[in-house]
Design a protein around this ligand. Structure first.
Ligand SMILES: NC(=O)C1=CN([C@@H]2O[C@H](COP(=O)(O)OP(=O)(O)OC[C@H]3O[C@@H](n4cnc5c(N)ncnc54)[C@H](O)[C@@H]3O)[C@@H](O)[C@H]2O)C=CC1
Ligand SMILES: O=C(O)C(=O)COP(=O)(O)O
Length: 635
């Protein structure tokens, strides 16, 4: 048995990059919030590699920098990983924040108080790409296209993109996610401004204000030409009953309009509370005298207003768009204006901004235009600037953002409650993957949460992401964080299923225990395999610290952290002493020990050691008679 035990200390990872233990000091199991987003709380591989790269550790993201120096072992990784592997680190101790469009002064002050602020407006795409690798954060409005090229050019340094406003259609979210870059927006501060602008366009259009103004300035007095239409009693269809749409609806009701709305995702009772009926798309466009657009631009909403849908509208309908130009097929709108199906349009947004000067739409007499001014009030801009500055600073500090667009949004109170479980989740993932024998691929993981909480009262997204991170990080060359854990898992063909089991414990704690099972793999430590044939480990939070409580069919109780030796032996006197002596004689300090038994006269010994024993010490343990197998793990 002893010879097979020696195999058990093999540090071969089940995937390409090695998960071998290094002689790094055990790190604290207390996470910084930053660690959820940017780091492993104690990643020996990252630590090891960090020593082979020279970079400064700065005060705001010490652990971020450590973990962002990535493994280079896996030559088959995608370009994403490659570029991240090249991650440069700042030699400056403060983060650099690039603001690429005009932002309110109050927000700039918040940013100045935190980092190196660089405001560079009107950058060309090439200039932005050239600059971005020196920036930790980028703040944009709607005018900057944050493309895949920008993330590639960032070489992994860019940690957060802040969108000072709502629409994030100018940010390549998929690329951001792949690169582990958090995207946050400022979703609330410009709602009223956009709604007011929608109403301004509605009223201005219906009374020809812009055209009449231009005509007077041209020396004309055309009282008969600019006869308008009244709003009272007319039907307004609000397309998208979100923040802006509902505020537009409220205001339009005040103007005496009959308001209906189409929004496939809005709750009907919220609309009813404002006196608005939610109707189908077809019904909305067929019955409305005015149609106001307030949905986001997504692949599903792109050009939903087209020849076919214009043809279904009431002849003489009037359209207002303060959402996104791309939801309208602009050529089709010109045709609808020319045929008289659409009497007038009032547009704040365009497919291409600014639109071409000679565009038929821009030149059309019945079209009222503003240059994307929906959010442009002093009040909204100050509000948005503060909202985004705080979100970006929070993200750079490692706080999870309530306005994250591509990562779980976790309210602070939930986060503080979940923190120790998040650490447990990552440790379990890291332990489980180290038990997998090299050579086979991990494809199926099952996570079981035992909890006394109501299912609605437990958000497992963070836990799942951290388990995923724990499993993947040691076997991937990619930088893994909350943003990209799921993406990288999918890319690797790893399927993670979750299950909730109700237990009769205190609902005061969100989770009683977390079990991680890896299916269809060989284990390098047979005792970790449960009756179902999966590698199975279970852990709990005890006194705020992560503990391993079950391994295969053995009950144990060991702190999950640092260096751990697991031995299975015949359950007989003297075994603990023999192993303890070997460690003591070789100057390896034992920090804790736990023994679990099974009915078959087998015992499982878990020994925490302050440092990694050298190979000869481990070989001596392997030669102890009646030690059937053992494994050394680094958590
Ligand atoms: N012109 C400007 O300066 C501004 C423009 N906006 C734009 O206004 C739009 C709305 O913003 P918010 O109300 O803050 O966003 P929101 O997310 O609160 O509301 C959007 C609503 O659209 C709904 N929706 C999604 N798909 C839909 C579909 N296919 N049909 C109908 N409804 C659909 C959603 O369920 C949601 O209720 C966004 O496109 C945003 O970018 C927002 C602020 C300023
Ligand atoms: O918040 C939004 O979605 C807007 O469209 C506002 O855009 P802006 O920040 O004014 O470029």
């Amino acid at each position: 048995m002893a010879s097979s035990s020696i195999k058990a200390i093999s540090t071969t990872s089940p995937f390409k990059a090695s998960s071998s233990a290094s002689s790094q000091p055990p790190s604290s199991s207390k996470p910084s919030l930053l660690s959820f987003l940017h780091t492993s709380s104690s990643n020996p591989i990252s630590l090891k590699l960090s020593h082979s790269h020279s970079h400064a550790h700065n005060s705001y993201s010490h652990s971020f920098l450590i973990t962002n120096v990535l493994k280079t072992a896996d030559s088959s990784e995608t370009s994403v990983s490659k570029s991240q592997n090249l991650k440069p680190t700042s030699s400056d101790s403060t983060p650099t924040i690039l603001v690429s469009e005009k932002l309110g002064e109050a927000g700039l002050q918040v940013l100045r108080g935190f980092g190196n602020l660089e405001c560079a407006y009107n950058l060309s795409p090439e200039e932005l790409c050239a600059k971005i690798s020196t920036c930790d954060a980028l703040i944009v409005r709607s005018g900057t296209k944050v493309t895949r090229q920008v993330f590639e050019a960032a070489k992994g340094r860019l940690k957060v993109v802040g969108r000072a406003g709502v629409g994030i259609d100018n940010v390549d979210l998929q690329a951001a996610t792949e690169f582990g870059c958090l995207v946050v927006n400022a979703p609330t501060a410009n709602t009223v401004a956009a709604a007011e602008h929608g109403i301004a366009l509605l009223t201005a259009m219906s009374r020809n204000v812009a055209q009449a103004d231009a005509s007077i300035k041209a020396g004309k007095w055309l009282r008969n030409k600019y006869v308008g239409v009244s709003l009272v009693g007319k039907t307004l269809a609000v397309m998208g009953f979100g923040k802006v749409g509902s505020e537009v609806a409220r205001r339009a009701k005040g103007l005496g309009m009959n308001v209906i709305s189409h929004d496939p995702y809005a709750p009907a009772d919220r609309a009813r509370a404002v006196g608005v009926d939610l109707v189908s798309f077809e019904q909305a466009i067929a019955t409305a005298d005015f149609i106001s657009l307030h949905m986001p631009l997504t692949p599903a909403t792109a050009k939903v207003f087209n020849d076919e849908t214009f043809a279904k509208m009431k002849r003489g309908v009037r359209i207002i768009n303060v959402a996104r130009g791309g939801v309208i097929d602009e050529d089709a709108l010109v045709r609808a204006l020319e045929s008289g199906v659409v009497a007038q349009a009032a547009l704040d947004v365009f497919t291409e901004e600014p639109p071409p000067k000679d565009s038929k739409l821009v030149q059309h007499e019945n079209v009222t235009l503003t240059p994307h001014l929906g959010a442009s009030t002093k009040e909204a801009q100050e509000g948005v600037a503060i909202e985004i500055a705080e979100a970006v600073v929070g993200a750079l500090k490692g706080e999870l953002s309530a306005t994250a667009v591509n990562a779980p949004m976790v309210p602070p109170e939930v986060l503080s409650e979940l923190s120790p479980y998040v650490v447990l989740a990552e440790k379990l993932g890291k332990l489980a993957v180290q038990l997998v024998a090299g050579g086979s691929g991990i494809t199926s993981v099952r996570v079981v949460y035992k909890s006394a909480r109501d299912p609605d009262d437990l958000d497992t997204r963070l836990l799942r992401a951290m388990i995923t991170k724990g499993i993947i990080e040691p076997i991937s060359a990619s930088f893994i964080n909350l943003v990209n854990a799921d993406f990288v898992a999918k890319q690797k063909g790893l399927r993670i299923s979750e299950e909730r089991v109700a237990v009769d414990s205190s609902p005061g704690f969100p989770v009683d225990s977390i079990q991680v099972q890896i299916y269809n793999v060989e284990s390098k430590f047979a005792s970790s395999v449960s009756e179902s044939g999966s590698i199975s480990i279970e852990g709990k939070v005890k006194y705020g610290e992560p503990h391993l409580t079950c391994l295969g069919s053995f009950g144990v109780d060991v702190s999950l952290g640092g260096n751990l030796i697991l031995c299975r032996q015949v359950d007989q006197p003297g075994m603990i002493g023999r192993v303890g002596n070997i460690l003591g004689n070789d100057n390896v300090n034992v920090s804790f020990m736990s023994v679990g038994r099974t009915v078959q006269k087998k015992a499982l010994m878990a020994i925490g050691v302050d440092e990694e024993p050298n190979k000869s010490t481990l070989e001596k343990i392997g030669k102890v008679p009646d030690i059937e197998e053992f494994v050394f793990l680094n958590l």
